[in-house]
Design a protein around this ligand. Sequence first.
Ligand SMILES: NC(=O)c1ccc[n+]([C@@H]2O[C@H](COP(=O)([O-])OP(=O)(O)OC[C@H]3O[C@@H](n4cnc5c(N)ncnc54)[C@H](O)[C@@H]3O)[C@@H](O)[C@H]2O)c1
Ligand SMILES: N[C@@H](CCO)C(=O)O
Ligand code: NA
Length: 437
Amino acid sequence: MDSAVSTQRPLRVALLGAGVVGGAVARLLTEHASDMAARVGAPLEIVGIAVRRAGRDRSDLGIDPRLFTTDADDLVTRADVVVEVIGGIEPARSLILSAMKHGASVVTANKALLAEDGPALYAAAAEHGVDLYYEAAVAGAIPLLRPLRESLAGDDVTKVLGIVNGTTNYVLDKMDTTGAGFADAVEQAQALGYAEADPTADVEGFDAAAKAAILASLAFHTRVSGADVYREGITEVTAADVAAAREMDSVVKLLAICERTEAGVSVRVHPAMIPRSHPLAGVREAFNAVFVEADAAGQLMFYGRGAGGDPTASAVLGDLVAVARHRVGGGLGPGESSYADLPVLTMGDALTRYHISLDVEDRSGVLAQVAAAFADHDVSIETVRQQLVREDGDRGHRANLIIVTHTATDAALSSTVERLRTLDVVRGVNSVMRVEG
Ligand SMILES: NC(=O)c1ccc[n+]([C@@H]2O[C@H](COP(=O)([O-])OP(=O)(O)OC[C@H]3O[C@@H](n4cnc5c(N)ncnc54)[C@H](O)[C@@H]3O)[C@@H](O)[C@H]2O)c1
Ligand SMILES: N[C@@H](CCO)C(=O)O
Ligand code: NA
């Protein structure tokens, strides 16, 4: 340790939560204490770790057991930096606000809270002159928020598109490659520490929607909350959808899509087919990948581990070093930037493409009726493929019709599907999936 470090008073770090992420943060912070001190310019001293249950054996973390406390309210009043890795809205929000009020900078991995109440946290940070950093909240270990918030601050971001939930990517990957069932794959993701405490947040797309809100807010200098994000999870993705994608030489991925258009910003999370040749199709297991498009920079791609204890702790510790440096050398990181205040569009206005697989009667005039449903909604068809399926009793042959559209508004596309469902000649809608890439 250099002499400058040893003469600085230690910075007091309070850790809230010792679960998957908190445990990894505590262990790595202890193992790398002298390097961290050299990088910060002062030693980092853990003054306490708030846990829900005292007395549990946590000897694997290599932490003095006397540091564990169940009194988080007290702990946040006696720290220079508070690291919140409890998750959820309360008591995380009250603890963060109290920490700031008592002068502490905050590092958090809590996307749910940021997407629900980010502006209030930013306002409190500004009021009390402290930092709020949260790189771990989106795409875990991948440096993504700092590039958006700082490196690209001089550019105009037009689109952010990516896979930001490791659990669902793991599940879809296992369903595609090993034929694993949905429940088994979710259980494996939980055992590996990828899933949220309640995996509903992952599989229903809430986790990805929270991340999309954070990404859109930073990318477009506009407040976007989790509630503004159109959301569909993966629980409705069927084996038929995965098979339909395979037929198209495509895969199904849960995508987060943030776009700036003439009219405003569109932010959505839903499963979509992407061609196997697309770089996002090659993102396997619990990995994350995010494309960013900016006017001057062009296309950028970020790839890495988006979940798991150590990868997430890497991002938390990077933030901890950044805010601790500010404590030593003065200054603050950037606060909220929402000056652009662009309108957030509804899903109906989003521009997308659909892949639709229909079972139809195979006789004259059927294609014309189907085509008319598209034309009536001003949706242009890109390709149509027909396969004979089998005899269907007295009703003659049945065929499988696979239609891929050109780009249209989601409102026009979904109305088209509604119309198709009402046609007598359409015997069943096998699969409807948006297409990206
Ligand atoms: N696991 C990941 O891969 C990952 C990745 C990125 C971000 N995150 C985020 O990190 C945060 C923590 O996630 P995790 O996976 O470590 O969850 P976890 O459930 O493993 O850990 C949370 C811990 O907080 C404790 N806790 C709950 N309420 C508490 C309270 N009032 N006081 C003290 N402790 C309390 C729980 O007992 C638990 O041990 C969440 O916000 C999550 O969204 C997780
Ligand atoms: N549950 C989240 C953790 C990372 O935020 C995921 O699976 O991606
Ligand atoms: Na990150």
